[in-house]
Ligand binder design. Structure first.
Ligand SMILES: Cc1cc2nc3c(=O)[nH]c(=O)nc-3n(C[C@H](O)[C@H](O)[C@H](O)COP(=O)(O)OP(=O)(O)OC[C@H]3O[C@@H](n4cnc5c(N)ncnc54)[C@H](O)[C@@H]3O)c2cc1C
Length: 415
């Protein structure tokens, strides 16, 4: 079923135009080809080549329509959108499974592009950012380690030792997404600099590591959700030598760069989830209005009406929270940090609930590979861990709220 997108009267013409043109591509090119397109990840041989060619064709259509890389400034080949416009666009494009990659805004590349933009030198931008934007390079972000808590990045153990004109990296990472295809990794390390020339020993630094550097050992694509392999990779960095100028920003900026990288991305991830919720919702209603059980249509049973109503409430609540957060980020409001954590918790939970109900309404078909609901269910659950688990965000919200009260203020409603 094509998605139904009409202009929203409260929005300006520019955002409505972006939404409608995005919907046009999703309806015409992506939804009818969804199954063929995702063979790129699942199959090998001819089906994979065919999927690859179709993906390239769609990317060319997106670029011609000037809908490529909404998160990047125009001088770097993007659309230069503010958060609000980008959020509204993502809601529409994410109706189709995995469509973000066809619009040039897919993790981990999009997050890496953002930190290269903010912290990269002109030379780093030329060498790494531009090919990443035009799609001739792929990248990974290597922070999480099996032997240290990913939810507490300050505990990471990978070292980058200053040795003359080089950094020498040693460490063990895992869940580095896109690790199979990546041409380079941005690796989060702890600096060891006995000379003190580059910074303090123990401080965090992010370093660009080409994936073909000797000592970069991609051990495996970790199996997830019952699948034997994925592109979330375990990687051992064993005496990996890269030039000093591969540091991204200064020693000591690594932790902040990781926060910058994830912070913005969370708003777009949430809007992606909302696009997926609309899809699950449409599927649920489609089945409820056509399936006969016990002498009547599902839609006439009150249990099912409850599913529909609760899902509508979940989507609207998640959507309005996320739009509000995008507006605050655009205004440069420091309070937006609390709201980013709030949506990072609420939206994946709401997404899980909506998909769970859609699966229930479809019965056995709901868990089959004939529908995208199973993949959505896994995606929603995973989002509660990736980019910082729920508990860490709850701690941050409580800390920000309590800080105000401890300073003798109460919470400013509406802000
Ligand atoms: C599909 C997927 C893709 C990923 N991609 C990447 C990637 O590209 N690059 C990368 O570097 N990482 C990636 N990650 C890793 C992800 O960022 C980490 O899994 C996440 O930060 C949690 O770290 P951890 O797994 O080490 O869990 P731990 O830090 O061991 O935490 C385990 C659990 O402890 C609980 N917990 C943690 N802190 C507290 C607390 N203070 N109070 C109470 N409970 C707490 C939480 O419930 C948490 O889930 C990915 C993960 C997944 C699942």
């Amino acid at each position: 079923m094509p998605m139904n997108v009409k202009p929203i009267p409260a929005l300006d013409e520019r955002i409505n135009d972006i939404r409608l043109r995005t919907a046009g591509i999703v309806n015409e090119w992506i939804l009818p080809n969804e199954d063929r397109l995702w063979r790129y990840d699942r199959d090998s041989g001819e089906a994979r080549t065919e999927a690859h060619d179709l993906r390239q064709q769609i990317k060319a259509v997106v670029q011609k329509e000037n809908l490529w890389a909404p998160h990047l400034p125009e001088e770097y080949g993007g659309m230069g959108l503010d958060f609000l416009a980008h959020a509204y666009m993502n809601e529409v494009l994410a109706y189709a499974m995995g469509a973000a990659s066809l619009f040039g805004v897919v993790a981990p590349n999009s997050g890496n592009q953002k930190i290269l933009l903010k912290y990269g030198t002109e030379e780093q931008k030329r060498k790494w950012l531009l090919p990443l934007v035009d799609g001739t390079m792929e990248s990974g972000f290597s922070m999480t380690e099996p032997d240290a808590a990913g939810s507490d990045p300050r505990s990471l153990q990978t070292t980058a030792t200053h040795d003359g004109d080089h950094w020498v990296i040693n460490g063990h990472k895992w869940f580095t997404s896109n690790g199979i295809d990546a041409d380079f990794f941005i690796v989060m390390c702890r600096a060891v600099d006995d000379t003190g020339e580059l910074g303090r020993t123990g401080d965090m630094v992010q370093i660009i590591v080409p994936s073909d550097t000797p000592g970069v050992n991609v051990v495996r694509g970790i199996g997830v959700w019952g699948r034997p392999h994925s592109d979330h990779c375990e990687i051992v960095y064993d005496d990996v030598r890269v030039p000093i100028e591969n540091a991204l920003g200064k020693v000591g900026q690594g932790h902040q760069a990781a926060q910058d990288r994830l912070g913005a991305g969370r708003v777009f991830h949430c809007m992606n989830s909302i696009g997926q919720m609309w899809r699950a919702f449409d599927l649920m209603v489609e089945r409820a209005t056509s399936r006969q059980v016990h002498g009547g249509l599902l839609k006439d049973k009150q249990f099912i009406q409850g599913f529909i109503a609760e899902s509508y409430i979940d989507i609207q609540a998640a959507r309005l929270m996320t739009i509000h957060t995008a507006e605050r980020v655009d205004q440069g409001d420091p309070g937006a940090r609390t709201d980013i954590s709030a949506i990072k918790i609420f939206v994946p939970e709401a997404y899980s609930r909506v998909v769970d109900r859609a699966i229930q309404v479809w019965g056995a078909a709901g868990v089959s590979n004939d529908l995208p609901l199973g993949a959505m269910y896994q995606g929603a659950r995973t989002l509660r861990i990736a980019d910082g688990p729920d508990e860490v965000h709850k701690i941050l919200i409580a800390k920000n709220v309590l800080k105000r009260y401890e300073a003798g203020e109460s919470w400013d409603f509406g802000n």
